[in-house]
Design a protein around this ligand. Structure first.
Ligand SMILES: Cc1cc2nc3c(=O)[nH]c(=O)nc-3n(C[C@H](O)[C@H](O)[C@H](O)COP(=O)(O)OP(=O)(O)OC[C@H]3O[C@@H](n4cnc5c(N)ncnc54)[C@H](O)[C@@H]3O)c2cc1C
Length: 298
């Protein structure tokens, strides 16, 4: 019986595991992929030396700590978690079963890509998925945000304070919310609704984005940055039905990363806490400390 089973090997899971091991908890980490979604960096023309710290570099210290304690991890997919009396049973796709006194769910969220020409090639070369991380690299430049929900709206509001001009390309009509109302009134924001993005153009770096409107008009906008902010699906299926999730499927946690089910903690993109690797490193640490304190009470 493990003290804690951490499901997920991204920023939240790796940090949670490192902290749990430091507390001498008997720890098992199960992840499909080590490192999670941290393969992002940003290179821009003429801004050498101003790059933000990449996700992998952020995680490195915790990851190296775990690398030499490699007995604690299993590369597998968790298929089922069953709550038992005072413990949890976890089954993987390899048919193994593990028992844990506590659980930390750090399974992340599945991103939605645009799947248009240029997206993959220019990712990290002007194309970003995080305005929080990269908006400040686009001071005084023209940029486009693709999306329609809350994530896209916040990205536009943020970029409008930093960039010269911000185009919001919304594949769906925007719901009228106070934030959308505010965005509509911003002098440097232009909104195109019900568009289909065709291509992100540029040789080494992003130089343009092209799209068609519902009326069939074709547009090509010269931009230095493109931010993809489409809705993401939290990977919370393993606990849905017995742990409280919000209407979009995020696991609801309190300030200690505790969920509605005693002994189950959650951290990272699978929760409703804001999506940023740096934040999730802290959330993972918090979840591990909370799990340790819970074990002390058993
Ligand atoms: C393309 C892209 C660019 C990004 N750019 C930035 C950026 O510039 N700045 C920034 O701060 N953030 C960025 N992010 C967001 C950042 O990567 C995430 O917020 C962060 O990785 C979330 O950490 P996490 O640990 O919650 O989940 P993830 O990193 O998603 O890791 C989830 C882990 O859970 C595992 N897993 C999932 N389900 C199971 C299962 N059933 N069984 C076993 N293992 C499972 C996965 O294998 C993985 O190890 C970006 C994300 C993407 C997709």
């Amino acid at each position: 019986m493990y003290d804690v089973i951490v499901v997920g090997g991204g920023p939240a899971g790796i940090t949670a595991a490192a902290i749990a091991i430091n507390q001498r908890m008997d720890t098992l980490v199960i992840a499909r992929k080590w490192g999670g979604q941290t393969e992002y960096t940003m290179h821009l023309e003429n801004v050498e030396g101003r790059e933000v710290i990449g996700g992998e570099a952020l995680l490195d210290a915790f990851r190296r700590q775990l690398d030499y304690l490699d007995f604690v991890r299993r590369f597998a997919s968790v298929e089922e978690i069953t709550p038992r009396e005072k413990h949890f049973s976890v089954r993987t796709d390899r048919g193994e079963r593990f028992e844990g006194r506590t659980l930390i769910i750090a399974t992340g969220a599945s991103p939605q890509r645009l799947n248009v020409p240029g997206e993959e090639r220019l990712s990290g070369y002007g194309l970003s998925y995080s305005a929080t991380t990269h908006a400040s690299l686009f001071l005084g430049k023209d940029v486009a945000v693709v999306g329609y929900g809350r994530r896209a709206q916040f990205a536009v509001a943020d970029l409008a304070r930093k960039a010269h001009r911000v185009y919001l390309l919304a594949p769906q009509p925007l719901l009228e919310t106070p934030l959308v109302d505010k965005i509509r009134q911003m002098g440097n924001v232009e909104i195109f609704e019900q568009v289909t993005v065709k291509e992100i153009g540029g040789d080494r770096f992003v130089e343009s984005i092209s799209f068609t409107t519902a009326q069939g008009e074709e547009h090509l906008l010269p931009v230095k940055g493109v931010f993809i902010k489409l809705p993401r699906k939290p990977n919370s299926e393993l606990v849905q039905g017995w742990v409280e999730c919000d209407e979009r499927g995020h696991i609801v946690v309190d300030v200690h990363c505790a969920t509605s089910w005693p002994g189950v903690f959650a951290a990272g993109d699978v929760t409703h806490v804001s999506e940023q690797a740096l934040v999730h490193i802290g959330e993972g640490a918090k979840a591990a400390i909370s799990a340790y304190q819970y074990v002390l009470t058993l």
